[in-house]
Design a protein around this ligand. Structure first.
Ligand code: F0G
Length: 457
């Protein structure tokens, strides 16, 4: 079996900087040891996010030249709308500038004080938008997700028993919606099975609760279903994605991921009344309903991106690239959450740095070391992001795991970049004891990881 290379070649390149060790030391200190405060021109390999960071294709850029920038009724909107309607099957579609705008608009209609949003796992901005609507975000991950090393194929699933019990119990009437994140970004990029989606949809229908998908990585979830779930081997990724949308009452999509564009998002709905209420909010806060904060050229890139992202050759090569990267990292002596998903790998920093307690933020320490040693940017997913702090910013309850996410931009880095990152990790894994912990110098109340400042211990 000869693995096929990616179905594209590189035509335009962007230079990346290499800083000296001393420049990196100064840069991360000036950033308050928070990678979100680094400048892009201080970073050699940027694995902070797979959102809006992908490369576009010649076909997308050619389409962008046709962008119709009319305020209302632009041709570009209809091209995008037809593509999205065909993919999702939803009769009502609203464009938004990115995923979280869709969250705000939908939640302001379905949630409010005292209400609850249930999810397999809320992404960070989704969590914040639920709370800003006055509601509670409650995660119900499946039990298999707690074992980071097992080979279970669908650790992104929701716990169906707890879902049923919650909806049937005293909190049931307070639940405004159930939101399934595919793939589960907060939990190791693990996919959700079609069986789990079907069962969750049936439970929601029985209790009369709206069932939505947070489908930022709908194509990657579809690919993992095709690889791992019995009965889907003969389906195309696009057919699997369409089937997933069909199971839900609507969707929120950040198109900065599987839309293969720098910007964009979508709300998909079946309910005409809900659509009218969301549309009024959209017009007041994002833009008219045929552009929703996007330019015509963005809509054109998106229409083409939605076609390219479900190409089996593209998805196979991308999944294979992530799997190879995982093997390189594991060979370097660092464990990743298994099995490898597609859009990111999650390093087990707690296991690599057992000499650091959660209060010393081992995930954060590993992330800083990746920058100090290699100019590599990553994102902590551990106690700095999820732990509870007291008034003096000391950790009182840690996160379940101390992880570092290496997000993989689409069509951007080559095998050599991944080998470089693995080599830097190998250097760290040879002598992990030299790595020190951190303490928080200042932190905001909400969405802490974006604005926190730290000091090395
Ligand atoms: N839902 C999921 C599952 C996401 O991963 C994201 C963004 C959003 C919603 C929000 O979308 O950024 O377009 O407003 N995730 C990025 C990440 C930022 O790095 O994982 P957005």
């Amino acid at each position: 079996h000869i693995p096929l290379p990616p179905p594209y070649r590189i035509k335009v390149v962007e230079a990346i900087p290499f800083l000296s060790a001393r420049e990196r030391r100064e840069a991360i200190a000036a950033a308050g040891y928070n990678p979100f405060h680094l400048r892009a021109d201080q970073i050699t390999v940027d694995l902070l996010s797979d959102s809006g960071t992908g490369a576009t294709s010649t076909a997308q850029e050619a389409a962008a030249a046709l962008g119709d920038e009319s305020y209302a009724g632009a041709r570009s909107w209809f091209r995008f709308r037809d593509e999205a309607a065909d993919l999702t099957g939803y009769p009502h579609l609203l464009p938004v500038h990115q995923g979280r705008a869709g969250e705000r608009i939908l939640f302001s209609n379905l949630l409010g004080p005292g209400r609850i949003c249930l999810s397999n796992t809320h992404f960070d901005t989704t969590h914040a938008n639920v709370e800003m609507a006055g509601a509670e975000a409650r995660d119900l991950p499946c039990a298999e997700a707690a074992d980071l090393d097992s080979a279970e194929p669908f650790k992104g699933n929701i716990d169906l028993t707890t879902l049923e019990q919650t909806l049937a119990g005293p909190d049931g009437p307070r639940v405004g919606l159930v939101l399934m994140t595919i793939t589960n970004n907060g939990l190791g990029a693990q996919p959700v099975s079609m069986a789990n989606l079907e069962a969750a949809a049936a439970i929601c229908r029985r209790h009369g609760i709206p069932f939505f998908l947070d489908a930022a990585r709908f194509a990657e979830n579809a690919w993992l279903v095709r690889q791992r779930e019995e009965g889907y081997q003969d389906w195309t990724p696009r057919q699997i994605a369409t089937r997933a949308f069909q199971l839900a009452d609507g969707c929120l999509i950040s198109l900065k991921k599987d839309g293969l564009t720098a910007i964009g998002g979508l709300i998909g709905l079946r309910d005409a009344d809900l659509f009218e209420r969301c549309e009024a909010n959209l017009i007041a806060t994002e833009g008219f309903s045929t552009y929703g904060g996007l330019a015509g050229h963005d809509l054109e890139r998106l229409a083409q991106g939605l076609r390219e992202v479900v190409d089996p050759a593209y998805l196979a090569a991308r999944a294979e690239q992530t799997a190879r990267f995982a093997r390189m990292i594991n060979d370097a002596g660092v464990d990743t959450v298994a099995p490898a998903g597609i859009h990111a790998l999650y390093l087990n920093a707690g296991r690599l740095l057992p000499h650091l307690s959660p209060a010393q933020f081992p995930g954060h320490s590993l992330g800083c070391q990746l920058y100090l040693d290699g100019g590599i940017r990553s994102a902590e997913l551990g106690s700095l992001y999820l732990g509870t702090l007291d008034a003096e910013n000391r950790l009182v309850s840690p996160a379940p795991f101390e992880l570092v996410r290496l997000a993989i931009p689409r069509r951007v880095y080559t095998e050599e970049h991944f080998a470089y990152v693995a080599a830097v990790l190998a250097g760290i894994a040879k002598d992990p004891e030299r790595i020190r912990g951190y303490r928080i110098a200042s932190a905001p109340a909400r969405l802490r990881h974006f604005k926190v400042r730290l000091e090395p211990l």
